[in-house]
Design a protein around this ligand. Structure first.
Ligand code: SF4
Length: 357
């Protein structure tokens, strides 16, 4: 067995990869118009979805072999998968920063258990504070429960709690200041996200994108920002550019994937719910880790909720080595960044709900 001394994983552009985003389900209890059709998507059969043990193994190999420092659980909607507290219990001992992105509607009943299991921080997606618009956007009348979920997250001690807001021109861009105010009132950082070409119906167009500059202008007009309009040169590995409020009441951020890509400092890789390793949100190539994980186990070894055998019958060290080799080889193919807006840009054949944020 090779000694698991963490060796930093460096991609071809000299970026160290150390942040793992894991989609634990493609299913969701919302039907956001910019993400999936009203009838939902063709869901993955349960036995094709990674078990919690398989997810934990991939995460453990990334932490032990490559010194990954952050793990984020995503979906679809991760909180619709049952026993999720069990997964957090499996991941927390790895010692990486453990976060989750959710639509918040199941947080009122789960926030405290997730914290007790070891979850540290959370991002809650909220694109409107207006009930009718929330209903129109998500096709669910759940605004009150989402806000109750945010409050439950704060009450449970998750920190930080952040809000993710996708801004779409002509849809919710007139609420930017309102949402910023909501965050200030609760002491939570709002992250405004430029609309990206990952919608299920492929209708995305640049004229729906509200550039980061304009979003911040609108916030600044209502709540002055420190050092605005000066723009920070580079902003570290965190996707968001952050600006503090001049009155000291927290900060606001923008994730400007379309107008100001930040790929030069990207440290992220992703695993889909069925175990496909992706080196970029917009990757068109994937690497099958599930095949490695299950190269020893028969599908019907898996339980009803994908809770399967602890390992796949292969000698653990060999399996870890093979996973580590596959992950390192995949990262060796990572490109410089997305090319949204360029003639050679190819949309991935997956929507956001099938990749995870
Ligand atoms: S688009 Fe890809 S390379 Fe760029 S920051 Fe996002 S994941 Fe990283």
């Amino acid at each position: 067995m090779r000694r698991a001394v963490p060796i930093p994983l460096i991609d071809p552009f000299d970026r160290r990869v150390k942040d793992l985003r894991i989609s634990i389900t493609d299913r969701c209890n919302f039907r956001c118009t910019y993400c999936m059709p009203a009838e939902g998507m063709k869901w993955l059969p349960r036995d094709e979805v990674l078990t919690y043990e398989e997810i934990a193994r991939i995460a453990r190999v990334c932490v032990e072999r490559f010194g990954f420092e952050a793990i984020r659980l995503t979906g679809g909607e991760p909180l619709v998968r049952s026993h999720i507290v069990r997964l957090v219990e499996l991941l927390a001992p790895l010692g990486a920063d453990l976060a989750l992105t959710t639509n918040g509607v199941k947080l009122p009943e789960l926030a405290h258990d997730l914290v007790a299991a070891g979850l540290q921080r959370i991002n809650v997606s909220l694109d409107s504070l207006r009930r009718e618009r929330f209903l129109a956007l998500t096709r669910r009348d759940e605004l009150d429960r989402v806000i109750a979920g945010i409050d439950a997250a704060l009450d449970a001690g998750l920190a930080p709690v952040k809000l993710n807001t996708v801004v779409i021109r002509g849809v919710n861009d007139d609420e930017v200041a309102e949402l910023a105010g909501f965050g200030r009132d609760r002491g939570i950082g709002v992250r405004f996200i430029e609309f990206m070409p990952l919608d299920a119906d492929g209708q995305w167009s640049t004229n729906q994108v509200v550039p980061a500059e304009e979003i911040l202008e609108r916030v600044h007009a209502e709540y002055p920002l420190v050092g605005w309009p000066r723009r920070l040169e580079g902003h570290g590995v965190e996707p968001a550019q952050r600006f503090a409020y001049a009155d000291g009441r927290g900060d606001v951020g923008v994730i400007a994937s379309v107008t100001e890509p930040f790929c030069e400092s990207c440290d992220r890789v992703r695993v889909t719910a069925e175990g496909r390793f992706r080196t970029c949100l917009f990757a068109v190539e994937e690497f099958d880790l599930r095949a490695i994980l299950r190269s020893g186990a028969a599908p019907d070894d898996l339980g009803p909720d994908g809770l399967g055998p602890a390992d796949s019958g292969l000698a653990a060290p060999d399996l870890d080595d093979r996973l580590a080799d596959a992950i390192a080889a995949a990262v060796g193919t990572k490109w410089a960044g997305h090319s949204i807006g360029a003639a050679d840009f190819v949309r991935p054949d997956r929507s956001m709900s099938q990749i995870g944020g």
